[in-house]
Design a protein around this ligand. Structure first.
Ligand SMILES: [Fe+2]
Ligand SMILES: [Fe+2]
Length: 487
């Protein structure tokens, strides 16, 4: 691969090379932290990397042991993901480069003349490469988005990405990026590391050779990450660039400093792609609650959002047997009055997920987990979906559930429920003058009644025209059919 983590004194480094996460002392630290491969400070050798690890000692065993013992403790510091892209993904990237947009060189730190914005057609690269790689990163190192202070949950999005055409002599000085994640992809490297640093007779190669002897590393044409250890001492991690690294991608936290060295004696372009992933604060993520989770899915991760779960949402086929159904929830008489008062006490939600179309009072979206009566009703709704709607194959379901109350004159405009699969509404309080629920395609008018449940495909557009009384109240929800995504 041409990747060298260059060290001046390998023997000494070897002794301090144990990566060991110290217990699980922090709150919400990753419970299943696994030792990543290919990241510092693990040195590589030709005998196989496993020789280099000291077997981690379980903290409990260690502290409770009566025997004399000792163990190395190396706190975890962080890292990045390295990925070799498939031929299909590379083809997509070359196609995007073929349709590159405006020049963006003046926006960048580098001394590289030609850079152009790219488009991610139909979010193909984000969905198929970036998102899964971010899942892997978060699995290993945690979520850098958690450190950004915002009042709501927001999904990640690809903010900008661009292609760089680097000519000989051009370089990118030490810099970092804006965003949560950044990435680089080496598309074309028209030289080998040896040509640049060892085998040539050009003055640049001679200088590199001499510098390599003095400092331990010759750097023509290389890529370097800078990082510090727990003592604050700075270190380098080198990617000794060359043709074998074509198709390699690095996903790293945006604040990780790095630089790109110039190459020489070659008239071709070195072509790379860079980009940043940010929190999309234009979109808020409602709280999603877990229903029938299988054991292998970690609930803590699922409750955050639809995009960072290691799962994918199953979409309904174009034609389905049943699009909408009306039902009556048997125990409605026992619960509605109590539920109505609970909903009025809850008032407006604090997470601010009220959609623009909704002119009414909307609670937070966590009623499934916070209200036992709601949970029982939603479980009943899910059984009806399984029995009567013939849902497509899925591993499990999750839900979002909230309540709405309409005063006189309030309404909700035409809308649908986005990426969820099925939605429902359960009527809690229906005074005289309560507006009906209207559907667009197929057209339909549904009169609300206490205890009535309407279940419908989430993609169906619907609205509630201006209400003619105070206190029309319903519990609504979205049901997501999900599949576990193998990482
Ligand atoms: Fe960069
Ligand atoms: Fe709705």
């Amino acid at each position: 691969m041409g990747i060298i983590n260059q060290r001046k004194n390998p023997d000494r480094e070897l002794k301090s090379s144990v990566i060991q996460r110290e217990g699980n002392s922090g709150i919400n630290t990753l419970p299943d932290y696994r030792i990543p491969t290919g990241v510092p400070p693990v040195p590589r050798n030709t005998q196989g990397e496993s020789d280099l690890y000291l077997k981690p000692v379980n903290a409990v065993d260690h502290y409770s042991s009566k025997e004399e013992s000792s163990r190395p403790v190396v706190p975890f510091t962080g890292g990045w993901m390295e990925k070799k892209l498939s031929a299909d993904h590379m083809k997509f990237l070359w196609d995007m480069i073929g349709n590159k947009g405006e020049t963006c060189g003046e926006m960048l730190a580098g001394h590289v003349m030609d850079s152009y914005y790219l488009e991610d057609k139909e979010d193909y690269f984000y969905v198929n490469v970036l998102d899964p790689l971010m899942q892997e990163y978060m699995h290993n190192f945690g979520n850098p988005g958690d450190k950004i202070a915002v009042n709501n949950l927001h999904p990640f999005c690809l903010h900008k990405w661009w292609v760089n055409y680097q000519r000989q002599g051009e370089y990118n000085p030490t810099h970092d990026h804006t965003g949560c994640f950044s990435f680089v992809i080496w598309m074309k490297i028209p030289y080998t590391n040896e040509e640049q640093n060892e085998t040539g007779t050009n003055p640049e190669v001679e200088i590199a050779k001499r510098a390599g002897q003095m400092s331990g590393h010759a750097s023509n044409g290389s890529f370097e990450f800078h990082y510090t250890d727990i003592f604050g001492a700075s270190h380098s991690f080198w990617y000794d660039m060359g043709t074998p690294l074509e198709g390699t991608m690095l996903l790293f936290p945006s604040n990780l400093k790095h630089q790109v060295y110039p190459f020489f004696n070659n008239d071709e372009y070195r072509i790379s792609i860079s980009g940043n992933i940010v929190l999309n604060t234009n979109t808020k993520i409602p709280v999603e609650m877990n229903t029938d989770l299988p054991d292998f899915v970690e609930p803590g991760k699922l409750e955050r959002n639809h995009h960072s779960t290691g799962t994918s949402i199953v979409s309904l086929p174009e034609h389905t047997g049943k699009k909408i159904g009306e039902y009556h929830y048997p125990p409605y008489n026992d619960i509605n009055e109590k539920l109505f008062h609970i909903i009025q006490d809850l008032g407006s939600g604090k997470t601010g997920v009220n959609p623009e179309e909704a002119h009414c009072t909307m609670t937070d979206w966590d009623l499934y987990s916070s209200q036992e009566h709601v949970k029982t009703m939603v479980d009943w709704v899910q059984r009806i979906i399984d029995d009567q709607f013939d849902p497509p194959e899925h591993d499990f379901k999750t839900v979002e559930t909230w309540a709405v109350t309409y005063k006189e004159g309030e309404d909700i405009e035409w809308h649908n429920h986005g990426i969820s699969c099925y939605s429902f509404v359960y009527y809690v309080n229906v005074p005289e003058g309560s507006s009906p629920l209207l559907f667009q395609n197929p057209e339909g008018i549904i009169d609300p009644k206490p205890g009535k449940v309407v279940i419908f495909e989430s993609r169906m557009k619907h609205k509630v025209p201006p209400n003619k009384c105070n206190g029309r109240c319903a519990v609504s929800g979205n049901i997501f059919l999900k599949k576990h995504r193998e990482l």
